[in-house]
Ligand binder design. Sequence first.
Ligand SMILES: *Cc1c(COP(=O)(O)O)cnc(C)c1O
Ligand SMILES: [Zn+2]
Length: 435
Amino acid sequence: MTTTPVAPFTDLDAAPATPDFGPATQLTCRECGTSYSLGAAYACVECFGPLEVGYDFSGVSRAVIESGPQNMWRYSCLLPVASYAGDERNLNPGLTRLVRADNLATALGITGTLWVKDDSGNPTHSFKDRVVAVAQSAARRLGLGTIACASTGNLANAVAAAAARAGQDSVVVIPSNLESGKVLTTAAYGGILLAVDGNYDDVNRLCSELVGDPLTADWGFVNVNLRPYYAEGSKTVGYEIAEQLGWRLPQQVVAPIASGSLLTKVDKAFREFVSLGLVEETPWKVFGAQATGCSPVSQAFRAGHDVVRPVRPDTIAKSLAIGNPADGPYALDVVRRTGGAIEDVSDAEVVEGIRLLAETEGIFAETAGGVVVATLRKLLATGQLDPTQETVILNTGDGLKTLDAIAEHVGPTATIAHDVDEVTRVLAEHHARHR
Ligand SMILES: *Cc1c(COP(=O)(O)O)cnc(C)c1O
Ligand SMILES: [Zn+2]
C-alpha cells in the first residue's frame, strides 16, 4: 500500500481543527486497487489508472437525508466532503425538478412513465454546479486557494461563479471556438478566462501540463487533480432521481456522455442506494447518448470494443465534444452490465430534439439535452429501449446558453405591421398550415 501525506488544511475561515472528509477514507486506483491517502492526486503511481474516492459509510438513512437542506448537500453523508454547516460559500446546487413528461411520451409512443430530470435549474444552468461544489470543498480542505478547470463551456460557468461566490481566485481554460453564451457568461463572473486556439482535448492537455508546474502549486483543477472528488458530485443526480421517485429506482435512464463520468456516477448512486438499503433492488438499464460528430463511446459500443478510440470532434453539441473521454471504458462497462445501449445522433437530429422537448414540455434544453431526446427517439425506433417501462432522461443544461445552435431554425411566425387585419391573416394561414 502506497500512501502520500494529506496536505495541511488551511480554510479561509471557520476551519475545523482537522480536515473533514466526511465518510471518505482514501483514494483507490480503479485499475489495480492501490490505495492512497486523501489528497490532490488523480492518477495511480503504479499503473496510471484513475483514482476514485473510497468510503466508510455510517449513519446513512432516509431520515438523515430528508432532514438535510433543499440542495445536493442533503447527501453529505454519501459525499467525500460535506459543505460546512451554515457555510454559504458555494452555490448550493441540486435538488432540481423531476418533471413528468406525458406530452413527450405521447409524441414518442412511450406508454410507460417518462420523466425529465431537469438540471438546467442549477445556479449556472447546468449539472456542472454539482461537481464543482464538491471539488471546491475538497480544494478548501487541501489548502488550494485557486480553483481552475479545463472546460467545454458549462464547467467554465460553474467554476467562475462558484469562485466568485466564495471570494476565491479562478482560472478557467476553454477552447476559443465555444458558444458566445458560455464565454460571455463565464467572463461576467470575473476571474481569469483563457481561450486557447485548439479543441477541448488540447485544452485538457495544457491543463495536465500546468498541474505539474510550480506556477500552479496553489491551484485545484477541479477536473484534473481534484477529479476524484469532482466526479463524485455527479452521484447526486442519481440520488435525487431515486428520492424524487419516492425512494425507488427507475427502469431505464438515458444520460449524455462527454467524458463518461456522469453516466457512470448515476449508476454508482443507484448501486450505493441499494447496498445501503435506501431503495429496493430493482433492475435498471443505463443508456448513453452522444452526437455523431463526437461519438467515440457510441462507436466502441457498436463495434463491441472495450477500448475507446479518440476522435476529432465536429458537432454543435460542444458541451459533449470530448474526443478522448477519460471515463469512456467505464461508461461502456456500466451500459453493458445493466443491459442498456449507446447511440449517437446527427446535428440535425439534435436540433429536432431540442425543439421537440421545448414544444411538448416547455423545457428549453441546450444541445446536450437535444442529444438525449434525439437519442431516446432513436433507441425507441431501433427497439433498444422499452417504451412500456418507466424512463428518466437527463437534461443537463439550459438552451439559453446554446442559442447559436437553433438560431437558423426558429423565429417569429410572421413579422407584421401594427394592424389587427394582419393578425387575422397570419392566424388563418397558420391554422391552415397546421390542420
Ligand atoms: C459536462 C456535461 C455533460 C457530460 O459530462 P461527463 O460527466 O463529462 O460525461 C453533459 N451535459 C452537459 C450539458 C455538460 O456540460
Ligand atoms: Zn493502479
